[in-house]
Write a protein that binds this ligand. Sequence first.
Ligand SMILES: O=C[C@H](O)[C@H](O)[C@H](O)COP(=O)(O)O
Length: 287
Amino acid sequence: MVHREYHKLASLCKGVRYTVRQPVFRPRRMCYSVPKIEELAPLGSVIENAKRAAAYRAVDENLDVFSHKVIGVGSGSTVVYVAERLGQYLKDARFKDYVSKFTCIATGFQSQQLIIDNGLNYGVIEQNPNIDIAFDGADEVDHQLQLIKGGGACLFQEKLVSTSAEKFIVVADSSKRSPKLLGVNWRQGVPIEVAPPAYVKVKNELLSQLNAASVVLRQGGKAKAGPIVTDNNNFILDADFGQIENPKELHDKIKAMVGVVETGLFIDNAAKVYFGNSDGTVEVMVK
Ligand SMILES: O=C[C@H](O)[C@H](O)[C@H](O)COP(=O)(O)O
């Protein structure tokens, strides 16, 4: 009987000793569930839709909530959605007990904040050297899943985390996919992290020994006068080698220079790349 009918019945029965009880309406308790990708409201921009689709799919298809314990969370604008998705799993009662015991390893200050802001446990790699799975973005991906990373100056810790992970999953929008080689879409050059006193020596060697077309000490622009200083207190050189036929060989030669901390060439590291398209579809590249 609906509410209105109880009132009607009560007034008809005035003077008669009937007791009409008001029904108790209890709102149904809504449990939080990880939102389904196909039911998400679109974001304000197509590129953000693409990044979110790639990141959410990558987490859903690769994270084993019940057995993974140590999770690497990378840097950049795409991995923001990885941390967001992990935070959604944390809120879901079906997964909470497991996700609340995850230890998340950062690749720099930004990623540390992402972990904390999404309510996840932050841990350090020194105490968790074996990472079950790591997620990160990329600046360019070639046809063999070799990567250029470091556009956001986080490459050293990213490489530390990704090479410490049993499985490394890359998330990106489809503009990061090279038709074949590295250096086609990403024209800024290979990011190279160097110890500050060595930057001139390394720059000269990149030009003279490896025939870089240009080598630029990355500047802070409006945000900082002078060069960018990484989370490890180093500088970044961006070295333009044009299209890179053999990224492994190039990486090895750069890495051998005294003063180089790490290169942004990630070789034989990624297991899968999730490319988000502007229509929200996702393509997966597997080695
Ligand atoms: O140093 C930055 C990292 O390598 C990023 O993962 C990379 O630049 C991709 O960033 P985004 O997801 O913002 O394109």
